[in-house]
Design a protein. Sequence first.
Length: 50
Amino acid sequence: MLFVVAALMLLGVAMGSVAHAPLPVTLVAAAVIGVWLAVFALRERHARHR
């Protein structure tokens, strides 16, 4: 639960900074987050099948 609260706080900070960041920086950050989420999902799926 603490992780969820920390993630929401970081999301709020990130959303606030996205309004002031240039578009290429925002797109790179979005790509990094997307890859991180995909890796996390694959690891979770792999762990459940064991």
